[in-house]
Design a protein around this ligand. Structure first.
Ligand code: 16G
Length: 255
């Protein structure tokens, strides 16, 4: 590793293009990690040092670091600074962050991809109608996908969204949350239930594991700020590929 402080130069920041400063700083840090100039567990200089070296405000530095922490690229340890997150073979998802599969994978330097299995408008099942609080005769958009990271199957996912919330199923490209964000209805809160399951022969085959292999079955119901449910998603994550991590604090708050 090179000295982390040497990475934060005005020239390097200028190389990040012409966009907002905090985005340029984010790409500078990501670039340093991609090139191996910063590796797992490396400590970053303090917010104040980065700001003074780059001659930018601490607010800008904080915004860039906070977003990278949210994306899982950096980890902040209270009182001791900011570190590059360690990368293991297994993908970790912080349960306290409402992130999308696409964001989770990109944050870990993995390339997300998707194989569409279903993308339709349909009548809801009774439990979908109840969870999404649909009026009688309301329709849903049903999105069933095999989700991959660097070409490796990770999860089978069925996301159900009230049809009135998106112009059409085709509004969803590779990321549902991006489509919801574009429509101004990205969820801000979610309830998630996890349980262990064995994969059916069909699901196991799609995920390239033997029938009966363990999976994490996850249901997520996501809500808008006004309390409306926007998504009811059922996912089967490969048990050997994914870890869900929860931070516990004595105060009862997750950060
Ligand atoms: C995650 C969510 C899922 C959400 C999806 C959006 C879990 C267990 N589930 O897979 O509820 O619909 O991300 O991802 O984390 P996207 O924006 O990449 O389509």
């Amino acid at each position: 590793m090179s000295e982390p402080a040497a990475i934060f130069t005005a020239e390097a920041l200028a190389g990040g293009g012409t966009g907002p400063l905090y985005l340029r700083l984010k790409s500078l840090i990501r670039g340093a990690i991609d090139k191996g100039a910063l590796t797992a567990q490396d400590a970053l200089p303090s917010e104040r040092e980065i700001a003074s070296q780059l001659d930018i405000s601490r607010v800008t530095v904080r915004k860039a670091l906070t977003e990278l922490v949210d994306e899982g690229v950096l980890t902040q340890k209270r009182g001791s600074g900011t570190y590059v997150t360690g990368q293991g073979q297994r993908v970790e998802q912080r349960l306290s962050r409402l992130t999308s599969f696409t964001e989770d994978m990109l944050a870990r330097g993995l390339m997300p991809s998707v194989k569409w299995l279903q993308k339709t408008v349909a009548s809801p099942s009774p439990d979908e109608a109840m969870v999404l609080a649909l009026s009688p005769n309301e329709r849903v958009i049903r999105l069933r996908r095999l989700r991959m990271a660097d070409g490796r199957p990770m999860a089978l996912e069925l996301a159900v969204v009230p049809a009135r919330m998106l112009a059409s199923p085709d509004a969803v490209g590779s990321s549902l949350y991006e489509a919801l964000q574009t429509a101004g209805i990205r969820p801000v809160r979610a309830m998630q239930r996890l349980s262990a399951e064995s994969l059916s022969a069909e699901d196991a085959e799609a995920l390239s594991v033997p029938a009966g292999s363990p999976a994490l079955y996850i249901e997520r119901i996501s809500y808008l700020a006004d309390g409306r449910a926007v998504e009811f998603t059922k996912s089967h994550y490969r048990g050997d590929a994914y870890d869900f991590v929860v931070e516990l604090t004595t105060s009862g708050e997750t950060e």
